[in-house]
Design a protein around this ligand. Structure first.
Ligand code: ADP
Length: 322
């Protein structure tokens, strides 16, 4: 088999581990791996070439993706996907390993359903917002990056007795925000799936903490929270309550950096497993981790609306910040 490997959507630490493992497992099974650059954009432009095992040296520990990534709006059009498939066939590529988030998986599902291209998905997104897996590549690294940054902010917050709002990524998911908040002992967290009117609850909570003698607070705000981003929430708190606060948007530093050991390990396991399953004739699946074990899900699972709420961890943040 000739197996194409691409990374698509937002880059995530651990993608390189998955690329390396897919390439080397393909090599070990007597298949040929090809690298497709810039995700689906590269498929449309025919930007692909053989990717030998040796070309994957020293990438395991690097953040980002050596294959580059892109958003490719054209891929929503069936006639553009047909062009991509013609390019794949011209290169003799039989199967695809797609490393990306749910958008990338939707595209892979369409390629498989419309054109019979054998597709395997590896969850690569720092948001951890895919159904059927407890983990996505990059989440663990991004979480640790955010926690480390907030630990630094904590020093200055407590020295000055100040309120900080810290915005973290996660698109429409509160997974990263809630886990970050628990791990850095935040006083509160605002996130999209929050069950209550989080702005009002936040104000009450900060006031109660103040009466208890707490002078500095850190509030983690998910970028997709319904109360608005951290800037908007900060403006509202200043306007409504005259609070002297600071806003920090962690932004893209959460995306970069050397992947954690866990992201390297799961990237390696998923990259190799994707190729082994394709070799065994499976197609139309993506990989995950459920309760510590490797899980296999049908690609079509991403077509259903699938909020993955962060459970009761959000409430725990409030309980632990007394
Ligand atoms: P992610 O994979 O991280 O969720 P996006 O949602 O941006 O990131 O998707 C990555 C790319 O996948 C898009 O730029 C587009 O090329 C392709 N894609 C996303 N959704 C679809 C869809 N419904 N049909 C076809 N292609 C899609």
């Amino acid at each position: 088999m000739r197996i194409g490997v691409l990374t698509s959507g937002g880059d995530a630490p651990g993608m390189n581990a998955a690329i390396r493992a897919a390439v080397r497992q393909a090599d070990a099974l007597g298949h040929e791996a090809w690298g497709i650059r810039q995700g689906y954009q590269g498929l449309l432009e025919g930007d692909m070439a053989p990717l030998p095992s040796r070309a994957c040296a020293n990438i395991l520990q690097r953040g980002g993706t050596v294959l580059h990534t892109a958003r490719c709006p054209e891929f929503h059009q069936p006639e553009r996907r047909a062009v991509a498939v013609a390019n794949l066939r011209a290169a003799g590529i039989d199967a695809l390993v797609v490393i990306g988030g749910d958008g990338s998986f939707r595209a892979a599902e369409a390629l498989q359903r419309e054109h019979g291209i054998a597709c395997a998905g590896i969850p690569g997104t720092i948001d951890n917002d895919l159904p059927g897996t407890d983990r996505t590549l990059g989440f663990d690294t991004a979480l640790n990056t955010a926690v480390e940054a907030i630990d630094r902010i904590r020093d200055t917050a407590s020295s000055h007795g100040r309120l900080f709002l810290v915005e973290v990524m996660g698109r429409s998911s509160g997974m990263l925000a809630v886990h970050t908040a628990i791990a850095c002992g935040a006083e509160a967290v605002l996130y999209p799936e929050s069950p209550d009117d989080s702005y009002e609850t936040l104000v009450t909570h900060l006031h109660t903490n103040w009466l208890r003698g707490k002078r500095s607070s850190i509030v983690v705000v998910a970028e997709g929270d319904s109360a608005g981003n951290a800037m908007a929430v900060g403006d509202r708190l200043r306007r409504d309550h005259g609070l002297d606060l600071r806003v920090v948007v962690l932004g893209h530093i959460q995306r970069g950096g050397s992947p954690s050991a866990l992201d390297r390990i799961w990237g390696s396991r998923w990259g190799a497993a994707a190729v082994r399953l394709l070799d065994a004739g499976q197609k139309g699946f993506y990989l995950g981790e459920v309760a510590g074990a490797l899980a296999i899900q049908p690609l079509a699972r991403v077509l259903d609306p699938h909020p993955v709420p962060p459970g009761d961890l959000g409430e725990l943040v409030g309980v632990l910040s007394r």
